[in-house]
Design a protein around this ligand. Sequence first.
Ligand code: FAD
Length: 471
Amino acid sequence: MNVSRRYTFTVVFDRKVRHRCYSAFLLRCLTFDLGVLRLRTMLQRVAVIGAGAAGLCAARHILSRPNSFAPPVVFELTSNVGGTWCYDERIGTYNNGWPIHSSMYRDLRTNLPKEVMMFPDFPFDPQLNSFLSHQEVQRYLERYCQRHNIRPHIRFSTVVEKVKPVVVTKEDKEKTTTWEVTSSDSSGFQKTETFDSVFVCSGHYSDPHIPDIPGMENFKGKVLHSHSYRFAEPFSGQSVVVLGAKASGLDISIELAKASAQVTLSHGRPRLTFPLPSGIQQSSPVVAIEDDGSIRFQDGSMAWADVLMFCTGYNFSYPFLDGDQLGLEIQDHMVSPLYRFLVPPAFPSLFFIGICKIICPFPNFDCQVQFALAVLDGSVSLPPQAEMEDEVRRALHEKVERGVQRRHLLIMDQDQWEYCWTLAQTAGFPPLPPVVRSLYEEVWRQRQVHPENYRRINYRLISDTEWEVIN
Ligand code: FAD
């Protein structure tokens, strides 16, 4: 109907009118193109470092805001997405000499159920059990990447080597910061590009932390860190001292004991009271290796072992950043000051996603990314630099007063729920449903009581506030 009316209208035009119309059309096209051009030049360019869960989440939210942001450039040093979930049986370095990133072991099952582990807007396959293999998490992240069409924006096998702020003072004395990002691809070709902001999503579970132990050089057996542990069979029949009894220390001890290793689980926590498989005995922390290679524990006891397995966590490591230049103290266990555990007050267009420990990672990343984008698009205004620095200082001081050790200052634990809620309230996106916290806390309780069997339980979410056990 409309089409035929338009046709009739055109045929009655005389030539002059038609010419005028054509000129108007051209002008409209031109102004439209200029509009797009102007819009394009106003769009912010964001560099995302890493295509693990955090980087994919950042890319997904940037792509969903095409009026404010150009498609991101995601730099990924490996040839795949998934970060630490991309299991690699190799240890040491890749063919190109870069250190192996993933810390996954072959038989790992998640320590969180899929019902709370998922990104809030992207459930896992309902057919899967609650506790997943690393392959299932990897497939989930690949599906997430596909659903949001992120892959075309990822530069694989490309390592970010340097991120440098460039501060320009404009005529009105206002300062603007852009970021020079220097990267190298697998052929060694180096490139520097400029961005308006940078999301650091490079993870913090790949640079092994090995505490200083006096006399370490005297140890005659094998020394390794959980980062380089893949499976238990090679340790069958051996005596292994596992240092550290957090998630990995406990899991790996159980795997080793099941493979008939004799395990000494050495840690400084109160004695674990839940049932451990036979083959695991507990001991106090290792304090020294004697000249003859024997191991001395804090309580004065001595032992020999074939293997020392360090499950002692990871260092924060950002070789592409210059902490001094950014006003940041970057140490093995601490990066500070970061306002809201996210942004250096002196450079509020640089964001660290997922830096906190003992959190529900994917939902936490999702909240941080949405908050960061709200800062960048202007819907959230950050306080002045000095105020942000004061807030961080005060919060850290309070924690230290409460007796929290400096190396534990980035552990969020109980505080994570209020933290995520505050980010959501401030930036105006839906908060995490209360069921996430409730199920997370239930699983945490189960883990303390049945560290070997808690993964056999399957859960189902009933509503935003309720869950149930389904087996
Ligand atoms: P990563 O997954 O580490 O990804 C970082 C990415 O950045 C990598 O792909 C890396 O190649 C890339 N990269 C690093 N540096 C550069 C650079 N300079 N240039 C370019 N690219 C770079 N979480 C859970 O929710 N549930 C669990 O059960 C669970 N179990 C875990 C078990 C183990 C053994 C480990 C190590 C972690 C576990 N986690 C678990 C936590 C896990 O780290 C997070 O779930 C999440 O995967 C972290 O994602 P990320 O993107 O921050 O880091």
